[in-house]
Ligand binder design. Structure first.
Ligand code: PXL
Length: 276
């Protein structure tokens, strides 16, 4: 029989496109369910190559925050500078930013990159209740960073505190914030237990709204749902999805991650493992 040489089965690098790149600017959560670790897991599940600029370190579990420390503004500056020079970054998200000095650094660098979509998750507290930030931080976030945003993703409590409005209408809050900051705002109702559904509302700066609804999954409160949703939106935008599709798909990703969550005794975590 004639011998036909077989091509090796190993995948070759020749025709392979490198993955799209996204950057997370956020804090480290030692329990890895929220923060920069959650962002990397969500990026990875979407086949995005995730870069990180770490703003600080939190010693915690999903049940309690032990302590935390922010990095110096110089160290954050250097992380951002070298990454933005070297990689073709397609989308950026921010999470926990700790203080106004770090916001100043981010604004200085990101204002040189107006073409990269910026998703701001305005995190101020841990799901276990600890406040990480103060009033000066909130003011700087609103005044300096929000003008650079492509999308801001507050939960209901964050939206109420950003707008000084006590209403629990997601639509009113999203519309008002989108108008004030002239950007897209997605207000997440996920934490409101009264609703049978997990409802989020997006408003464009012009006041057009879109609702995203999936059935609420009863069970434990997962740590890191906000980070995971905004990272999944960032991943989809990095892959080129339009905003509404990106949010819809990211919400489904979070829903699946909650539905198949992990449990070790009284500790729960989202499941971001995917088969493919
Ligand atoms: O879930 C919000 C959050 C974001 N980022 C970091 C955190 C937390 C909550 O604890 O630690 C680093």
């Amino acid at each position: 029989m004639e011998y036909t040489p077989q091509r090796p089965k190993v995948s070759s690098n020749e025709n392979r496109q490198p993955p799209a790149v996204a950057l997370s600017i956020a804090g480290s959560d030692s329990s890895a369910g929220a923060g920069i670790q959650a962002d990397l897991k969500a990026f990875h599940a979407h086949h995005i190559y995730g870069l990180t600029a770490i703003t600080g370190i939190v010693a915690e579990t999903p049940l309690l925050v032990n302590s935390w420390k922010a990095v110096s503004p110089e160290l954050l500056y250097n992380q951002l500078e070298c990454l933005l020079k070297a990689y073709p970054i397609k989308a950026i998200k921010t999470g926990l930013l700790f203080n106004a000095d770090l916001i100043e650094v981010i604004v200085k660098i990101l204002s040189r990159h107006p073409d990269i979509p910026l998703i701001i998750d305005p995190v101020g507290a841990a799901s276990s209740g600890t406040d990480f930030v103060d009033t000066a931080f909130q003011e700087s976030l609103k005044r300096d960073l929000f003008p650079l945003a492509t999308l801001i993703t507050p939960n209901l409590q964050e939206a109420q505190s950003l707008s000084n409005h006590s209403t629990s209408s997601l639509t009113t809050l999203a519309t008002e914030l989108a108008h004030t900051y002239q950007t897209n705002v997605l207000v997440k109702g996920g934490h409101s237990k009264r609703d049978q559904n997990a409802r989020d509302v997006l408003s464009t700066p012009g006041g057009q709204t879109e609702e995203f609804i999936l059935p609420r999954i009863t069970g434990p409160d997962y740590h890191g749902t906000g980070c995971t949703l905004s990272a999944a939106i960032t991943a989809r935008l990095a892959l080129g999805s339009p905003m509404i599709t990106a949010i819809k798909d990211a919400k489904q990703f979070l829903h699946d991650s909650i539905k198949s969550g992990h449990t070790w005794g009284d500790i729960h975590a989202l499941n971001t493992f995917r088969n493919s």
